[in-house]
Design a protein around this ligand. Structure first.
Ligand code: LLP
Length: 432
């Protein structure tokens, strides 16, 4: 009935997440707040893990892309579930390290890692640095030499695939700031260079073709393009690379009309291609890494807000103002992303009102959704925005010096704070 399996309505007509009454959560923890169903996150991680076991005989690693939602508790959950973590900054790396995450399962991304970040990766023996460009390759080799270490890396390749997604999140094509281009020969040059470097161990190659993708074809195509490159590397250098990282990007349901394929289907189809095509090219099936982010946490989270002013502008529209906004969810302002909204305390009523939900920032564009269908709402009602588990908390800002929201996790009938609500003191803490 809803976009996420963990959402339902109870006998009081209140929206629930993981069977927990969201109206009670709003009372207990205040609004605005992000709420996650921990079991749903674990279920998704297990599904991806199982598909590596089923389709690659366990010869692979699920690496959760923590840019989707990163905090200590999320790192602990990944550790307990036996997955790796993809970090993309010193801050994400620090978070993973701070809970003692096994460093051999950390994958470090980024198109412009600073020297400090590379130092941090080398000193902490991060398992795989995904090198984006030649400058970074040379810098990393120097840093590793200074520490007398050899660093495991993969090179990020642009496989030149248009995944038909939102322009802002399309990263596989040649006109992209990420990675080594195939067409220009830059990729092969980078590979040869890496193979010659004394403090670099080139483990394999990486690609990521975009985000919120429903189509399976671009993933299959990317796998074949990458394996062709493996073959070419073998022919030109005699080295058979061991690992292939296929990135993330699997779409989730934001609206009922969205039709993501079950992740098991994706994994089966892509693994068919990988296993068959490797054999055809005379290659061993490489160790496979995948980097799901949104698909692990997106539909496992929602945001609760309290309604303030309701402004009916005759013959124009109705603005419903909430106590959060673009500071905690910038995705409508940035990408015109769609969401399903429910009045949590009137969840069993009909969604008869058409309203624009506006945030509290001093900015006309601070909208969460326009012309959305929701139950008729009044001041004091609780609005839930569904599927906000990915790229909401992680993309939040302090615009207008509004404190960041807390993160609450529910599991087996218990709710707990995993990230505290930010205070005004914390907001001014770095001010001198
Ligand atoms: N691996 C790499 C190298 C990536 O760049 C990304 C996402 C992922 C994995 C995870 O992709 P996912 O499975 O979450 O689709 N802020 C945008 C999304 C940006 C995604 C950037 N890279 C949004 O809110 O839609």
């Amino acid at each position: 009935m809803y976009v996420s399996d963990c959402i339902s309505v109870n006998e009081r007509g209140h929206l629930t997440i993981g069977s927990y009454d969201t109206v009670e959560l709003a009372k207990q923890f205040g609004t605005p707040a992000y709420i996650y169903d921990e079991n749903e996150i674990r279920k998704n991680l297990r599904e991806f893990k199982k598909s590596i076991d089923d389709n690659y005989g366990g010869n692979g690693l699920v690496v959760y892309a923590s840019k989707a939602f990163c905090c200590k508790e999320m790192c602990r959950i990944c550790e307990q579930e036996g997955t790796g973590i993809d970090v993309v900054s010193g801050g994400e790396l620090y978070t993973a390290l701070s809970v003692g995450f096994p460093t051999d399962k950390i994958v470090f991304h980024g198109n412009n890692k600073t020297c400090d970040e590379l130092e941090m990766a080398v000193q902490n023996d991060v398992g795989r640095v995904i090198v984006d460009n030649v400058f970074e390759l040379e810098t990393l080799n120097e840093i590793a030499a200074k520490h007398g270490k050899t660093v495991g890396i993969m090179l990020r390749i642009k496989p030149g695939i248009d995944a038909h997604t939102h322009d802002f999140v399309k990263t596989g094509q040649i006109d992209s700031k990420f990675g080594f281009a195939l067409e220009t020969g830059e990729a092969m040059e980078g590979i040869k260079k890496a193979l010659e470097m004394p403090h670099i161990k080139l483990k394999g190659l990486h690609c990521h073709i975009g985000s919120q993708i429903f189509d399976l074809d671009p993933f299959e195509l990317a796998a074949t393009v990458m394996l062709d490159l493996f073959k070419e590397v073998k022919e030109q250098t005699g080295v058979e690379l061991e690992e292939l990282n296929l990135g993330g990007g699997f779409g989730i349901k934001y609206l009922k009309s969205d039709r993501p394929r079950p992740y098991g289907d994706y994994m089966r189809k892509v693994s068919d291609v990988v296993n068959r095509y490797s054999a055809e090219l005379g290659l061993k099936t490489p160790f496979i890494l995948i980097e799901p982010g949104r698909s692990v946490v997106g539909a496992a989270g929602l945001t609760l807000y309290t309604v303030g002013a309701v402004k009916k502008i005759p013959d124009v529209r109705t603005y419903v103002s909430i106590d959060g906004g673009m500071g905690d969810n910038p995705r409508y302002a940035l990408y015109q992303s769609h969401y399903e909204l429910i009045c949590a305390n009137k969840a069993s009523e009909k969604r008869e009102a058409t309203v624009t939900v506006a945030g509290k920032c001093c900015e006309s564009g601070d909208l969460i959704q326009e012309w959305t269908h929701i139950q008729p709402v009044a001041p004091g009602d609780i609005i839930a925005v569904l599927s906000t588990g990915a790229y909401n908390y992680s993309m939040a800002s302090n615009y207008n010096r509004i404190p960041r929201l807390p993160v609450i996790m529910v599991k087996d009938g218990k709710a707990r704070v995993v990230v505290k609500r930010e205070t005004y003191e914390q907001i001014t803490e770095c001010d001198v």
